[in-house]
Design a binder for this molecule. Structure first.
Ligand SMILES: [Fe+2]
Ligand SMILES: [Fe+2]
Length: 327
């Protein structure tokens, strides 16, 4: 529920960055202690977390849109119920994450405003369209699969509220991944037309899924510091490699072909080699030039405007309740 109470801005206390404080902070992080909202933290740590957690929250919320498109067109009542539950889970993930970011002194209005004005980013993957039912399978299998790969190490991220939100999120993501893979199994074992749909969805979602891990390590300016502060536990390229290694046998089991001629097992490194990612495409989508980026933001802004009466009603109810309690 959106209430004024929850979105109150907490002003961070201004503390000069005393080297002794920084040192004590870094020692706590190095000892794997969680940093909690009221603890002292370097300003850059706070800012990095606000950016990362709010970006993560936005991704959960915008991520509802491509799949929400298919709820009314799911091929059976069972599929509809499962997809509905999955999309609702994503709304929940967004809410836990907005709450976690609020503990760092940013308000929900500020975050939503940054999203709607185009200032804040969200995962580029959601700027691709869902063309067929097989895309719902491919998203669960690949996109939620990549999300799990990213989020499992975040359960041990150094900021307590973020880490705790991730524990529940990860459990739900496992269900999302399995529901997607199960759709792929059904299609891969179906009619030739269904097999073609499954292969086509894999062809379109494979490369954008690899891009979900972010730019390569040598072009990821914040990685080193985020690793030292244990915000990140594994680098983008490490996580991407894990994802490729886990997903390739899953594609084999489906009898589908990953659209990468360079993909091959490398005995020496104990992992797969894979082809060059089109980083030009990635940065274009980051800049907001994704195939359906405009539609996504229009849908978000419309949902926000359409929901104004709910926020007003909740605020009026809360004011009434408080007046009653005071009387
Ligand atoms: Fe999620
Ligand atoms: Fe998910």
């Amino acid at each position: 529920m959106y209430t004024t109470e929850m979105s109150k801005t907490v002003k961070p206390i201004e503390v000069a960055e005393d080297p002794a404080l920084v040192e004590a902070f870094e020692a706590r992080v190095a000892a794997d202690e969680f940093i909690e909202p009221k603890d002292w933290m370097p300003d850059a740590y706070r800012k990095t977390l606000v950016r990362q957690i709010s970006q993560h929250a936005h991704s959960e919320i915008v991520g509802m849109l491509p799949e929400g498109n298919w709820i009314t067109r799911a091929p059976s009542l069972r599929r509809k119920a499962i997809l509905l539950a999955k999309v609702q889970d994503e709304a929940g993930h967004g809410l836990y994450l907005y709450c976690a970011a609020e503990t760092l002194g940013t308000s929900r209005e500020q975050m939503i405003d940054a999203l709607h004005s185009g200032k804040a980013k969200y995962s580029t993957i959601f700027n691709y369209p869902t063309l067929t039912w097989a895309d719902i399978g491919a998203i669960g299998w690949l996109v939620d699969g990549a999300a799990i790969m990213n989020q499992v190490p975040l359960q041990r991220t150094s900021y307590g509220p973020y880490a705790r939100a991730m524990v529940r999120v990860c459990k739900e993501e496992s269900f999302h991944q399995r529901q997607g893979y199960e759709i792929m199994i059904a299609l891969a074992n179906g009619t030739p037309e269904q097999r073609r749909m499954a292969q086509d969805a894999l062809n379109r979602w494979w490369w954008p899924s690899l891009m979900m891990f972010g730019p390569p390590d040598d072009n990821s300016p914040n990685t080193e510091r985020s690793m030292r502060w244990r915000i990140k536990r594994e680098t983008n390229d490490e996580l991407r490699q894990k994802f490729v290694d886990i997903t390739k046998p899953q594609a084999d089991y489906l009898g589908l072909t990953i659209p990468d001629a360079a993909l091959a097992w490398n005995e020496e490194k104990g992992g797969h080699d894979y082809g060059e990612i089109d980083w030009e495409e990635f940065y274009a989508v980051v800049r907001g030039e994704g195939p359906v980026a405009r539609e996504r933001m229009e849908a978000r802004r419309k949902a926000w405007d359409d929901g104004a009466w709910v926020r007003d009603a909740a605020a009026a109810h809360e004011a009434k309740r408080q007046a009653k309690a005071a009387a």
